[in-house]
Design a protein around this ligand. Structure first.
Ligand code: CMC
Length: 389
């Protein structure tokens, strides 16, 4: 039409207005509803942040208590849904398991999250927050070939999740406050990041009137890619490969710079941050602390630090303003906690869930929302006739 601007990757196009998250990528600033990420990560809880993102203000003590209580009451999965896991191979990637299980979950609820029914939307919000951690714990247990545990609703959100992953039927689960505190903080750091690929996916799918289960399930699939949430898994694999190959950090960095086989420094670079990712700063400190508290020394953490040091001093990375992002150090912590590499992106998904819900709700409440429908510049053949037959 002549009016259509070509914008690969939406680098220059805003698809919406939003009140939820503010990022200044040059200054390395991230705020949820105006509150700096550093303050939230240190002093808040995952459920408080979830409420804040979804409702716009911090909850009162009563609101938070009621929210927590409701989520605890909705953790159980329908027994039939457990059979769903038996249909999948134990080698299934847990991201595929949780996205399909969420889609399947919607079949249990009539009017599943009808966007026009505020009560349904609230109920679906609670159900998703309550059940995704259980589904994730089962995806983990499935891979291990171990029995699924019922949630223990006397436990906090994070401890319940840890028990579902690391507890067993034979003995009581012992809470480790080091794990609980570290995981709570990591979930908060991942809770929202404005219009990233998975959140934009949730909004695009939701803009068609699709329900919250379907939209979040699509978001999980978008998150799974190695350029997005899948990077935390890819970072650990990269560190392992560097260690096992014995090629040395400098040689690996040279290969990245020469773009040999398209190899990238995973966990580095960001579309928005052209400065140190503020989340990565917090995670780096926490990696040292958590490993020390757990009494673990992991050579991969030393390797990551060496890699970061070399990259930060190298012109290739300086010129392109490539800094560590949130995924660079998270994997080392998840590994120390005992999670297998393939569960890392699932942890990101649980963290990001409140953000996806908040954006889906904001979009549905905005009277200006239209179905998302990007344009294209057609570059194909002009009209032509089929050969005579
Ligand atoms: N290693 C090596 N070179 C890189 C990297 C990297 N990690 N990231 C970007 N570059 C180069 C890129 O090759 C390009 O170079 P040139 O100008 O010579 O062609 C230049 O830097 C600009 O990069 P881009 O690909 O145009 O930047 P983008 O904004 O499209 O991509 C990104 C952002 C995050 C996809 C990219 O930096 C990347 O692939 N990083 C590695 C994967 C990763 O860690 N992803 C997690 C992102 S943070 C968590 C989340 O929100 O998902």
């Amino acid at each position: 039409t002549g009016l259509t601007a070509l914008d690969y990757g939406f680098v220059n196009t805003a698809a919406t207005k939003s009140d939820i998250t503010y990022i200044d990528g040059d200054a390395g600033i991230l705020r949820y509803r105006g509150y700096p990420i550093e303050q939230l990560a240190k002093n808040s809880s995952y459920l408080e942040v979830a409420w804040l993102l979804i409702h716009g203000e911090l909850p009162t003590a009563d609101q938070l208590g009621e929210f927590d209580e409701k989520i605890r009451r909705h953790t159980l999965l329908h027994e039939d849904l457990k059979h769903f896991f038996s249909a999948l191979p134990h080698t299934a990637h847990p991201m595929a398991v949780i996205s399909s299980a969420l889609s399947a979950l919607s079949t249990y609820y009539e009017n599943a999250g009808d966007p026009n029914d505020p009560e349904q939307v609230e109920l679906t919000t609670i159900r998703l927050l309550a059940k995704l951690p259980v589904i994730a714990g089962y995806a983990h247990k499935k891979a291990l070939g171990q029995a699924f545990l019922y949630p223990d609703n006397s436990l906090s959100f994070v401890d319940n999740f840890l028990r579902l992953n690391f507890g067993n039927m034979a003995e009581p689960y012992e809470i480790d406050p080091v794990l609980s505190t570290a995981l709570e903080q990591l979930l908060i750091l991942h809770a929202d990041h404005e219009q990233n690929a998975s959140t934009s996916t949730v909004r695009l799918v939701g803009s068609t009137g699709a329900n919250l289960y379907a939209s979040v399930s699509a978001g999980i699939n978008a998150l799974s890619g190695p350029l997005h949430g899948g990077a935390n898994e890819a970072v650990l694999e990269m560190l392992g490969r560097i260690r096992d190959s014995g090629e040395g950090v400098q040689r690996f960095v040279d290969r990245v710079k020469n773009k040999e086989d398209g190899v990238k420094l995973m966990g580095f670079g960001h579309r928005v941050y052209k400065n140190y990712d503020p989340r990565a700063k917090i995670v780096k400190e926490s990696a040292d602390q958590v490993l020390a508290q757990l009494g673990i020394s992991d050579p991969l953490l030393d390797l990551a630090k060496e890699l970061e040091q070399i990259a930060l001093e190298d012109d290739y990375f300086k010129e392109r303003r490539l800094y560590p992002n949130v995924d660079f150090y998270t994997g080392v912590i998840y590994k120390a906690m005992g999670f297998p590499t393939r569960m890392f992106t699932v942890l990101f998904a649980i963290g990001r869930l409140p953000g996806w819900i908040a954006h889906w709700r904001e979009m549905n409440e905005d009277p200006q929302t239209k179905i998302g429908r990007p344009q294209q510049l057609y570059m194909g053949a002009a009209e032509r006739d089929l050969p005579q037959r």
